[in-house]
Design a protein around this ligand. Structure first.
Ligand SMILES: Cc1ncc(C[n+]2csc(CCOP(=O)(O)OP(=O)(O)O)c2C)c(N)n1
Ligand SMILES: [Mg+2]
Length: 321
């Protein structure tokens, strides 16, 4: 169980993710953000709940849908906005865009658009922690689509065999683009991880306290050298797979399914819980929103002021010196 300070921090992180993504959504129509974007509005509790248990020097690997993970792990927001505008001051120096967020100082070793590609990378840093006998934990986030890749199975087998300090977090939002999990999987994802001998749980990914609880135990197991844990977090993205379009409706995601998940908004019920228990009052809530607005405004201005790489600089930073 988290203390009150952390319970507020969980709330703040989810508010930051929601407000930042709303700002990106609002700005996207002006066509100055040239990178494709994948919003995680609706999925905020997963990244917030996991990252509350991570230290700055722990490692994180994300996916194409990684704004939430980058924010929750403490990535530099100015550099993230600059990256969306492909500015030189972006976290990937304007060469990566939304799907390649990195901030080594915050332990964010990268996000990748290659579905399933980050799972062996995170397994690799966990192996490095084991070989170096330090207690740094790796958290790898991926979607339900990534478990269809061979890299998922190979990595889990290896991590279990070597008892590596890695937490695998599957954000099961029921779809890989427009393909529902029910059309792809013969069983439950978390059961597959159990097949590799990994403690594995299916939890409510919209319940930030549940995510925080399970990941706290998972991280603690890693620090004690007890090996990996797998968390399948049930959640739902509110926006379309890519960009800002709404896509619920006939032929794809039933409107009733969408409405059900929107009614399970991870932020709304948590705010009510915090207020009812007296942990959050109106003043603190407003303060968090005001501070987040300022954070966003500063980052937005920083991004617009950042110059773009010129064509003759394009090959810089491609290879290590
Ligand atoms: C190896 C690979 N195959 C296919 C794609 C195309 N692709 C991009 S996102 C995506 C779906 C990913 O679904 P999921 O892992 O569930 O993540 P979500 O988008 O739901 O967050 C696919 C198939 C890709 N980027 N990489
Ligand atoms: Mg998915």
């Amino acid at each position: 169980m988290q203390n009150n300070e952390n319970l507020i921090k969980l709330y703040r992180t989810m508010i930051e993710i929601r407000m930042i993504e709303k700002k990106i959504e609002d700005e996207y129509k002006f066509d100055q953000i040239k990178t494709p974007i994948h919003l995680s509005i609706g999925q905020e509790a997963v990244a917030a709940g996991v990252c509350i248990n991570l230290r700055k020097d722990d490692y994180l690997f994300g996916t194409h849908r990684s704004h939430s993970q980058y924010i929750a792990k403490g990535g530099d927001i100015k550099k993230m906005f600059a990256e969306l505008y492909l500015g030189k001051d972006g976290c990937s120096k304007g060469r990566g865009g939304s799907m390649h967020l990195v901030d080594p100082e915050a332990g964010i070793l990268g996000s990748s658009a290659i579905v399933g590609g980050n799972i062996p990378l995170g397994t690799g840093t966990a192996l490095a922690s084991a070989l170096r006998h330090n207690d740094r934990v790796t958290a790898v986030f991926f979607g339900d689509g990534a478990v269809d890749e061979g890299t998922f199975h190979e990595s889990l087998n290896f991590a279990s065999l070597k008892k590596l300090p890695v937490v695998y977090i599957c954000e099961n939002n029921l779809y890989a683009i427009n393909s529902p999990v029910s059309a792809r999987h013969s069983g439950d994802i978390y059961d597959w991880a159990r097949g590799y001998g990994i403690p594995s749980y299916k939890i409510d990914g919209n319940d930030v306290m549940q995510v925080a609880d399970y990941s706290e135990r998972a991280v603690s197991r890693c620090r004690k050298g007890e090996g990996p844990t797998f968390l399948e977090c049930s959640t739902y993205r509110w926006k379309g797979h890519i960009g800002t379009a709404d896509d619920a409706g006939p032929g794809y995601r039933p409107k009733s399914e969408y409405d059900y998940w929107v009614s399970k908004c991870p932020i709304r019920w948590y705010r009510e819980y915090l207020k009812q228990t007296g942990i959050l009052n109106e003043e603190t809530d407003e303060g968090i929103r005001r501070e987040t607005e300022k954070l966003i405004q500063d980052a937005f201005e920083f991004a617009l002021a950042s110059s773009k790489p010129s064509p003759d600089e394009l090959m810089e930073f491609v290879y290590a010196d």
